[in-house]
Design a protein around this ligand. Structure first.
Ligand code: HEC
Length: 496
């Protein structure tokens, strides 16, 4: 074991020294076909490249490293000296050059410690603000004598962070030709050109040894959630008091952190109700949806804002909702007459547009029901104009045998009666068609109000009277009937 080590030392170290040809190194360096002096001044160092080359004293590997690996030198050295290049250097040339450099830097084999860094400077290129570069390693070498490093610092240690390496364990003692390592990370805090000087205080030359590092802070999105969605959603024209099919709105988190949706709200929930939402915590890159509908209560242009309160960059996010309320007939359609009857023994009113019923009422066996002489118009279901709705007729005889009817248009009582009053039988889902008033009780132009009046259950059974005559309306109210419907009590609207 000991013998083998000794033999290896005899074969390698002394032989290498013996075969080095300082004269050949001198020639290659100063007078060769591609002299190193084009770019390096060995004897009176001034530039980074001048200081760096001194590290090659008796170190042929550093010259090979400079030619093939060091990014600061390969662009210039490899095209001259690299493999297959015109001035390719053999291993023995490298050895000779290292011996020559050693003889200049360290004449007589002894002397003061000379420190160098490899690479001697470094540009990290562009790194996004708040991101960080890969770790860059530097090698610090001392030649000429043993040396020591007492401190290492970065003038901008926030953006050019001394991240590790054996050189940081100061004080660091290095044997002659010994090295230590230093790792630096670039983490720009702001955009643009950034730089720092890394300073190593040593006991030789140069002291301090400085390494210039630089980089560029590039644009980068801040780390935050950013919910995006459609700016607007437009509904088709919709008949008053009828709900459109739901519209699904998709929101996407285009940010880099999750977004928490705090609340979704419609500024006009009656006309633009929010039906549902899957938006809670939305992961970066993920989507969520909300569904809204249009249920106009007035004709013409209707609008609302859907607001999505969240903790991302775009808060609140809003979607403009709009649609057109179709307030009744735009003309056309087949008109029908709605006749009114009164049963004096019950005190109940009954209306119908059904011609078969009209033929039977007023004479035996239905002579208890006599025409009041009042009527108004409506539209035939088979040819109703766009914008009108069917009027439902319900029947109920659960009031001590007293049968009674109730009338309610779709969108203004029909659906609610079906759901909330199951003992009322839907006799006809569209006895006739009519226009709806808006929520204030206004009828579309060309239509007149049909007032709805409730008997408040007088006589033991509920009953309503529907009339277009304001005088009749007043009479009924004087008798204790209550107005129902929109505005002053409008049940629907009739064509004139
Ligand atoms: C055309 C210009 C050019 C020529 C010619 C040239 N070099 Fe270099 N050399 C460079 C540059 C540029 C660097 C990088 C300096 C730095 O890192 O700051 C460099 C660096 C070096 C380094 C230091 C490597 C390190 O990482 O510390 C050594 C050693 C070196 N050169 C040796 C030589 C030798 C030996 C020759 C002649 C055979 C030579 N150079 C010729 C441009 C040249």
């Amino acid at each position: 074991m000991l013998w083998a080590a000794a033999l290896a030392a005899m074969l390698l170290a002394p032989c290498a020294a013996a075969t080095d040809n300082v004269a050949n190194g001198n020639k290659l360096f100063n007078n060769g076909a591609a002299p190193c002096t084009q770019c390096h001044n060995l004897k009176s160092p001034k530039t980074d490249a001048d200081f760096a080359i001194r590290g090659a004293a008796n170190d042929p590997d550093l010259i090979a490293f400079a030619i093939n690996t060091n990014p600061d030198s390969v662009g210039e050295m490899r095209p001259l000296y690299g493999d297959g290049m015109p001035f390719e250097l053999s291993d023995s040339d490298l050895s000779d050059l290292a011996a020559y450099i050693g003889s200049v830097v360290n004449p007589g084999g002894g002397g003061s410690a000379t420190f160098s860094a490899s690479p001697s400077s470094f540009d990290f290129g562009t790194v996004g603000v708040h991101a960080q570069s890969a770790t860059k390693s530097f090698t610090i070498k001392v030649i000429g004598a043993a040396g020591s490093i007492s401190s290492v610092s970065s003038s901008n240690n926030v953006e050019f962070l001394l991240a590790g390496g054996t050189c940081l364990a100061t004080p660091v003692s290095l044997a002659q030709n010994g090295t230590c390592s230093l790792q630096v990370i670039f983490a720009p805090g702001v955009g643009g050109m950034r730089s720092s000087t890394i300073t190593l205080v040593d006991n030789g030359a140069p002291n301090p040894l400085s390494i210039s590092v630089s980089g560029t802070g590039g644009a980068s999105a801040p780390a935050q959630g950013n919910l995006t969605g459609p700016g607007s959603a437009v509904f088709a024209s919709q008949v008053l008091f009828t709900q459109s099919a739901p519209k699904t709105l998709t929101f996407r988190n285009n940010g880099t952190l999750p977004v928490s949706v705090v609340a979704l709200s419609s500024s006009n929930p009656a006309e633009f109700p929010l039906l549902g939402s899957s938006c809670g915590v939305v992961a970066a890159g993920a989507t969520c949806t909300a569904s809204v509908a249009f249920d106009p209560s007035a004709s013409g242009a209707r609008a609302a804002t859907l607001t999505i309160a969240n903790d991302g960059a775009t808060n609140p996010l809003s979607v403009q909702l709009s649609g057109t309320g179709a307030g009744g007939s735009t003309g056309g359609g087949t008109k029908v007459v709605v006749m009114e009857y009164y049963n004096a023994s019950l005190g109940h009113y009954f209306i119908t547009s059904n011609t078969d019923e009209i033929k039977l009422l007023g004479k035996p066996p239905f002579d208890a029901w006599q025409p009041t002489g009042l009527s108004f118009s409506a539209y035939a279901p088979a040819n109703a104009p766009t914008g009108t709705v069917g009027v439902c007729r319900f029947f109920n005889d659960h009031f001590l045998g007293v049968s009674t009817h109730f009338y309610a248009p779709h969108g203004l009582g029909c659906e609610q009666t079906i759901t909330a009053f199951p003992d009322w039988t839907l006799e006809d889902p569209q006895l006739f068609y009519a226009s709806l008033p808006d929520i204030a009780g206004n009828c579309p132009s060309g239509q007149i109000p049909v007032y709805r009046l409730f008997n408040n259950g007088m006589g033991g059974a509920p009953n309503h009277r529907f009339t277009t005559d304001p005088a009749v309306r007043s009479q009924m109210m004087a008798k204790g009937y209550s107005p129902e419907g929109y505005g002053v009590g409008v049940g629907w609207c009739a064509p004139q």
